[in-house]
Ligand binder design. Structure first.
Ligand code: BJW
Ligand code: ZN
Length: 236
């Protein structure tokens, strides 16, 4: 813990890379593991473009439920510690796989959303993008300008990551000297490739997780425990 805190303090360009585990203590379910969404729901029936064409109402019921959970949730001490690291100038950016918007609500200004957001909708007809603040009222929602279906602005399996976000993330990782990896299984690509890239470019990796992940063999320091307990200790 002390060593990790020192590394962060001395860093010139530290970046945080987060997954669903950072929001677990806010009551937002993770995907894999205990209580994970993919234990009870099949990703191929809910989180692919094919699923959406087949049954947009079913897919939207799932995402409206996820919006409701995220809407009621609040940033936890883990999110707040990361926000403090950014305001102190220790952390330059947060690269997240999460779609819940909790890093922004915690106060982080520089957040790269690799897998999109629950709070953006995109028209499948005209491509218009709508920013929302609350869960959708009706499912499926429709486009104000052309009447086509709106889809959740998230990245489904088989879809490319948003180009701009992905290239900013690569640049940040290449520049980083310390990467703090929090609450991700490291199983989903190409996102999981980013900490590996930083490592190849010479960065030190610190991981916070309740259990070992696919990225653990790569890291220099592994801090075992819930993000909401470990991260506040790092900024003390
Ligand atoms: C705690 C904690 C606490 C718990 N404190 N820790 C290479 C190899 C094999 C397969 C592929 C490959 N490259 C691509 C693929 C295919 C696929 C993929 O990766 N599949 C694997 C699963 C096998 N990838 C894709 O399809 C990607 N697209 C793509 O490759 O496109 C190519 C293409 C190019 C050009 C044209 C067309 C196509 C897209 C992947 C999109 C992933 N989307 C999802 C859903 C987003 C929308 C939604 O939210 O519904 O993103 S899937 C889901 O997984 C979500 C997450 O962001 C992502 C990562 O999960 P995460 O965050 O790591 O969560 P968990 O649940 O896995 O782990 C939680 C962790 O927290 C655990 O470790 C716990 O221990 C820990 N934890 N409590 C700290 N309190
Ligand atoms: Zn439209």
């Amino acid at each position: 813990m002390k060593e990790a805190a020192e590394l962060l303090k001395k860093s010139k360009h530290a970046v945080v890379f987060t997954g669903a585990g950072i929001s677990a203590e806010s009551g937002v379910p993770t995907f894999r593991g205990f209580g994970g969404l993919w234990k009870n729901y099949k990703p191929e029936e809910l989180a692919t473009p094919e699923a959406f064409s087949r049954d947009p109402i079913l897919v939207w019921q799932f995402y409206r439920w996820r919006q409701e959970i995220a809407y009621k949730a609040n940033p936890n001490p883990g999110h707040l510690a990361i926000a403090k690291m950014e305001s102190m100038g220790v952390v330059k950016a947060v690269i997240t796989q999460n779609v819940d918007g909790l890093h922004q609500r915690a106060g982080n200004k520089h957040v790269i959303e690799l897998h999109g957001s629950l709070w953006r909708l995109r028209c499948v007809g005209c491509g218009a993008v709508f920013q929302i603040e609350k869960p959708v009222d009706e499912v499926p929602p429709r486009c104000e300008s052309c009447g086509s279906l709106l889809r959740p602005g998230v990245v489904w399996f088989g879809e490319p990551l948003p180009q701009r976000e992905y290239s900013i993330a690569i640049e940040l990782m290449e520049k980083s000297d310390v990467v703090l990896v929090v609450g991700t299984s490291g199983l989903v690509y190409p996102a999981a490739y980013l900490p590996q890239l930083a490592k190849e470019k010479g960065a030190k990796l610190i991981e916070v997780n309740v259990e070992e992940s696919a990225l653990t063999p790569l890291v220099d320091i592994f801090l075992k425990g819930p993000a909401g307990e470990v991260l506040p200790k790092l900024v003390e």
